[in-house]
Design a protein around this ligand. Structure first.
Ligand SMILES: [Zn+2]
Length: 292
């Protein structure tokens, strides 16, 4: 199956966010987007995407460097290498870049897409910084995702600020003014483990989907029910960010292992469990799309 028509007419596996979102738009489906702070999760995600024959997005989150999990400089070359040798198109994305200098470093390292997250700063500054990132990314041929409204706590799952739902008028103005390729909006999902089942504001999402003419992104995607995924995709969600529940699947599997394991046994067990979890998630998206 040929997904991408690059300018050269080649089938290239390292692609931009714009490339994979074009596929999602054509098929009216969503692309799974996973944080991969280690080789085990990267292998799990890419193998699952290959099994489903779906493009996929692998992400490095700035917060994972701040938490001491992995440095962007260490993980970026591995992500790019893995993307390039995959048998499906893979976008290598910087997730929640909150510092312009960090985003710039990401672009220099070769990320094909970056998210600038100015959701917790002054709105005018968010506009100005996002437009600056768009300009920087264009020079590298990379795509940009940005956020208006706020989803609160980040991928670390720790405490964060309150969630502020995205205002549809704001969303339209933000997308048009900044020239971004995808918009992350807050409509009831949250990062981390859900204490109770999330209640999504579909009326708001529908309005945003009608007013904004670029693909929409759902963060805090893992933990959302299959029927809510399908409804959200129907209203224009084209990228679903997942991490926590995949990582938890790996952790749960390891905790069931007997003692006296070697470290590589732990990694193999976690990879298998994360692969199964990602397959389940991607399967929901795959079943939405029409096969060519
Ligand atoms: Zn996020």
């Amino acid at each position: 199956m040929k997904y991408i028509n690059t300018e050269k007419g080649d089938l290239e596996m390292l692609v931009t966010l714009k490339d994979v979102l074009r596929v999602a738009e054509a098929k009216k489906c969503a692309i799974g987007s996973f944080n991969t702070p280690n080789l085990a999760s990267m292998r799990a995600v890419i193998s699952a995407a290959e099994k489903q024959n779906m493009p996929v997005i692998i992400m490095h989150a700035q917060v994972h460097e701040e938490m001491g999990i992995v440095k962007m400089d260490e993980i970026a070359p591995i992500m790019l290498y893995m993307a390039d040798r995959a048998s499906v198109p893979v976008c290598v994305h910087l997730d929640h870049g909150t510092d312009i200098s960090y985003v710039k470093r990401g672009l220099d390292l070769g990320f094909t897409s970056v998210m600038y997250d100015g959701s917790e700063i002054d709105k005018d500054m968010n506009y100005a910084n996002t437009a600056m990132v768009v300009e920087m990314a264009r020079r590298c041929g990379a795509s940009v995702e940005a956020e208006i409204g706020s989803m609160g706590a980040r991928e670390g799952g720790g405490a964060g600020s309150e969630s502020i739902y995205t205002d549809p008028d704001d969303a339209k103005k933000f997308a048009e003014t900044t020239g971004i390729d995808a918009l992350a909006c807050a409509f009831g999902t949250a990062h981390g483990i859900y204490a109770k089942e999330p209640k999504l504001d579909f009326e708001r999402l529908e309005k945003i989907g009608k007013m904004v003419n670029i693909p929409l992104v759902m963060h805090g995607g893992s933990g959302v029910s299959p029927s809510d995924y399908i409804k959200s995709i129907g209203f224009g969600i084209r990228k679903v960010n997942c991490y926590t529940y995949m990582a938890k699947a790996g952790g749960d599997a390891v905790s069931k292992l007997e003692n006296n394991m070697l470290y590589h046994d732990i990694e193999l067990e976690a990879t298998k469990a994360m692969f199964n979890d990602v397959c389940k998630t991607l399967n929901i998206f795959t079943n939405l799309k029409n096969d060519e």
